[in-house]
Ligand binder design. Structure first.
Ligand code: GTP
Ligand code: MG
Length: 606
């Protein structure tokens, strides 16, 4: 149920189930992430083959050059020299081909794995329940999808191949040096320990600084994001200068940290160069003496310098590799945290599709809490007939939203049952359940796209006729056709700006298009003018016709029209009945009526 229905991939992706299984597997986070690479077994083997071949071939070249020099000194025979020269060229050509194969293979492998990982992670995040999203900041999720995956990508790209090729190069070069002369081999290895010490000290200094730098960068990014999206508030409160100076402070800090990193780099690099050069000089001196003594050929002296470079190169990279590994490991941990996020709302293994419902809803002694141990709803029992309209009333925080959240199973009850047409919502598939419930959230969210797309969000194959019918019912048709491109007008970022009331009616149309038997709406805002309010009200009345409807209403007309009113207080139903029934007794409803609705009644009378 994790990633079963991502969009059709543009490139062939191997069996997805394996990747998903590994994603959920146990083990070190980095190893789990590497599981995504093993999906491409053939590519892994081929790449490894190319990698080993090119690393080995690189080791042959100095040896060939050595032969060229020595033969030239010994015989001066051009034909033999030519043969060696051809050898050198051939080796480089083959090496080049292997190198191409290796790079291409790595890119294919890594990009493929990242493609799978991004898809799996995105799908997983979207499938995570409301509870998870309540707790998690959006910025954090974006950072998982971007910078954490980037860090992994760097490690997969250079880290893993580097590890293989550097190991081969290091041991190969050491072997070649020892084969030449054990004294030179020992001298060469002698440089390694001080280099390792410096490299590790470098990584220990640089690693945390890099982390800090990234954290600071993330802080700057989130400030940017907040201020750009909230730019109107910033301007309205004339806080531009304040925000600019806050930004400058953060940038200052970034600059300071950045220079700290540069300073550390600038200190360690020359130190490494110094060590490497001293070693080279030592070996060169010893080698020159050996040549004079006749223990070493000139060609060998030249080759030894090349091998020395091959020996020290990987060691110099050790620090860098450690930093990269740590970063990738932290990124993998973050990603695994999300992948392991507990799913409070899980489909039962034997969940079945909810058959087409009439709209009967039952709450059977329902207790519910967002956190374990504390109940937000207590002992709610309710039986709603198909077609009934239920209005929920109560002070803020009394649990109105919580009640309606349980019907589409956004959250699970602690004890008791919620039934739709007699089916426990925990026994049916989430898709089939939610498809039959039209939901209008308190916050009217539109996505970037056309108005038609937005209305058809819950039913991608809706025809234009259906879309228009829903829009008419939601009292949205008239203003939509006034827009320059009608239903094809773009909304969202850079699109046309729609007013709050228009936005709300578009989301009502979105819910109506599903033509679901059950409608729930969290209609807590009424910050619109009287005419728009009237239009929305008629839209709602239309919407509720012939459906079971749950409305959280702040409008008297909605409440009055409801078949039944539930008054909630601190998670308990304290009153239940029609408007007239409830008004007749001295209780919470009459108090709410007197404080909130009486003036609306006067307004209506005018
Ligand atoms: P208004 O929308 O303000 O009119 O309130 P409401 O009646 O819809 O209340 P709601 O059902 O949202 O909240 C009931 C109680 O649950 C309140 O005490 C909230 O603080 C609490 N609550 C709501 N959402 C969450 C949540 O995501 N996590 C936790 N821990 N508590 C929540
Ligand atoms: Mg609410």
């Amino acid at each position: 149920m994790v990633a079963q229905d991502t969009a059709a991939p543009a490139r062939p992706v191997p069996e997805r189930a394996g990747a998903i299984a590994r994603m959920r597997a146990e083990g070190h986070p980095l190893l789990r992430m590497m599981g995504f690479l093993w999906e491409y077994e053939t590519a892994v083997s081929l790449t490894l083959l190319f990698l080993i071949a090119s690393s080995l071939l690189a080791l042959v070249t100095p040896s060939l050059i050595q032969q060229v020099i020595d033969r030239a000194a010994a015989y001066g025979s051009p034909s033999v020299l030519g043969l060696y020269a051809i050898g050198v060229v051939l080796v480089s050509v083959v090496n080049g081909a292997c190198s191409f194969g290796q790079r291409y293979g790595v890119a294919y492998l890594v990009q493929g794995a990242l493609f799978d990982l991004r898809n799996a992670l995105y799908s997983h995040i979207l499938h995570l329940p409301f509870g998870f999203h309540d707790r998690t900041r959006t910025g954090q999720l974006i950072s998982r999808m971007t910078s954490d995956i980037d860090n992994l990508s760097g490690f997969f790209d250079f880290g893993l191949t580097g590890l293989v090729s550097m190991t081969i190069t290091f041991f190969g070069a050491a072997f070649m040096l020892f084969r030449m002369s054990w004294q030179i081999g020992l001298l060469g290895l002698g440089i390694v320990p001080p280099l390792v010490v410096v490299a590790f000290r470098g990584s220990n200094t640089l690693g945390p600084r890099f982390f800090e730098l990234r954290r600071q960068f993330a802080r700057i990014m989130s400030q940017l994001q907040e201020n750009f999206s909230g730019v109107r508030v910033v301007k309205a409160f004339a806080r531009e200068e304040h925000e600019v100076s806050r930004f400058r402070l953060e940038l200052d800090e970034f600059l300071r940290q950045r220079m700290g990193v540069v300073r550390a780099f600038a200190t360690f690099m020359p130190l490494m160069d110094f060590l490497t050069n001293s070693g080279t000089l030592l070996i060169l001196g010893y080698g020159a003496l050996s040549v004079i003594n006749g223990q070493l050929s000139l060609g060998q002296l030249v080759a030894s310098q090349a091998y020395l470079m091959m020996l020290t190169g990987p060691v110099r990279m050790v620090g860098f590799m450690v930093v990269m590994g740590r970063r990738a490991s932290a990124a993998a941990e973050h990603i695994c945290e999300i992948l392991d996020a507990t799913r409070e709302v899980v489909e039962a293994p034997d969940a079945y599709d909810l058959p087409s419902v009439k709209g009967e809803v039952t709450f059977d002694h329902v207790f519910f809490g967002y956190e374990e141990g504390s109940h937000v709803l207590r002992d709610i029992t309710l039986h709603v007939q198909p077609g009934e309209t239920i209005a929920l009333l109560g002070a803020t925080g009394s649990g109105k939203t919580s009640v309606i959240n349980l019907i589409p199973r956004f959250y699970d009850v602690s004890t008791g049952r919620v039934l739709v047409d007699g089916h426990d919502v925990r026994e049916v598939t989430l898709h089939s359940l939610r498809q039959q419930i039209g939901t209008i959230f308190q916050e009217a969210v539109l996505f970037t796209g056309t108005i038609a797309d937005n209305i058809a969000f819950g039913k991608a194959d809706a025809t234009m006729d259906e879309i228009e019918r829903a829009a008419r019912m939601a009292q949205a048709h008239d203003f939509i056709i006034e827009f320059p491109d009608g239903y094809q007008t773009h909304v969202g970022e850079r699109g046309i700006t729609v007013s709050g009331g228009q936005r709300q009616r578009i989301t009502i149309a979105r819910a109506l298009l599903l033509d679901a038997a059950i409608l729930i709406m969290d209609d807590s805002t009424s910050s619109v003018d009287v005419e728009t309010e009237y239009l929305i009200q008629s839209a709602l009345n239309q919407a509720m016709q012939g459906r079971t409807a749950f409305v959280i209403a702040h409008r008297l007309s909605t409440v009055k029209n409801a078949d039944r009113i539930l008054v909630l207080d601190a998670g308990v139903v304290v009153q239940e009945g029609t408007h007239d029934e409830l008004l007749a007794v001295d209780g919470p409803y009459r108090r709410i009526y007197e404080t909130q609705f009486a003036d609306q009644e006067e307004g209506e009378a005018v």
